[in-house]
Structure formats: C-alpha cells, structure tokens
Ligand binder design. Structure first.
Ligand code: NI
Length: 157
C-alpha cells in the first residue's frame, strides 16, 4: 500500500470523464487499497480515482462509522429523492468550503472490490458523499455548483 499524490485545483485531469473498469484485477485492487490509504491520510470521507490521476470509475468512501470503507466500482445512480443544503469540501480543493444543494437520498448500484453487484440506499451525509464522488467520475467539481456567496477559506490547518 502507498499514499498517492493528490491532483489539486487547477489540474485539468479533474475535468475529464473516467472510464468503466473492465477487469477487477490485482492492479485495480492495489489502486483501491492506495486510494483508501490516501483518503485516510488526508482525513477525507471520499475519494475518486481521478483525484490520484487515474481515469477509472472507482470511488472509495469512509464515514468513519462501523461500516468501514466502501468501494464503488462503475457506480450508477438509479434514483435520487429530495434535496439537502450542506457544507462541502473536496480533497482536491484543500481549505475551500462552501454550501451546495445535494440530493437527500440516492440509490446507487455498483460492483464491490470482489466484483459483486451491490445496491445501496444512501441518506444524509452518505447521499451527499456519493453524489459528490460520482460527479468526479463525470469531471464535475463541487466548486462549479456551489450556492453563490457561500465560499469560505479555512486557513487554520
Ligand atoms: Ni472531491
């Protein structure tokens, strides 16, 4: 396992669309392990492969609860419901936070790291993170969707 370099604001790769994973092989699993380690190092709740420079449809999420990290390969949103106005940041935009409107509920289908199809119904924070991370796979960034006038810079750390 290794920490990978984060792609940051201004890097054009962040605007590119990621490709489907065709084989969940040894290299894919190594990437997933590295993504989890990298997310944990920076205390993130989610990370998409594009953020470490790999244009593959892979997302890792960890809300630091008893579920542990979730790995979503080739995720697809089946349904969204409602809205929530939330505070949001992104590991590619360190120290930038803003308010944004996300779906209140998201039903997402994906393959787990063993290639098993999973259907997950996410609410609240998990729905927000799933929506944010799946946007990354389309090359869409939270900073382009924020509620105007809510951007804050946190320079404490
Ligand atoms: Ni992000």
């Amino acid at each position: 396992m290794a920490i990978r370099n984060l792609r940051l604001e201004g890097d054009s790769i962040l605007y590119k669309k990621s490709r489907e994973v065709e084989n969940i092989d040894e290299k894919t699993r190594e990437l997933i392990d590295d993504m989890i380690e990298t997310m944990h190092k920076y205390n993130g709740v989610g990370l998409a492969a594009v953020q470490v420079g790999i244009l593959k449809r892979i997302v890792v999420i960890d809300l630091y609860d008893d579920k542990g990290p979730i790995v979503l390969i080739n995720p697809r949103i089946l349904k969204t419901k409602g809205e929530q106005e939330v505070e949001e940041g992104c590991l590619s935009f360190p120290n930038k936070f803003a308010k944004i409107v996300r779906p209140a509920e998201v039903v997402v289908e994906y393959l787990d790291r063993n290639g098993k199809k999973v259907k997950l119904k996410a609410k609240e924070l998990l729905a927000q993170v799933v929506s944010h991370e799946l946007d990354h796979l389309e090359g869409e960034l939270f900073i382009d969707k924020i509620i105007p006038g809510t951007l804050e810079y946190n320079t404490e750390n």
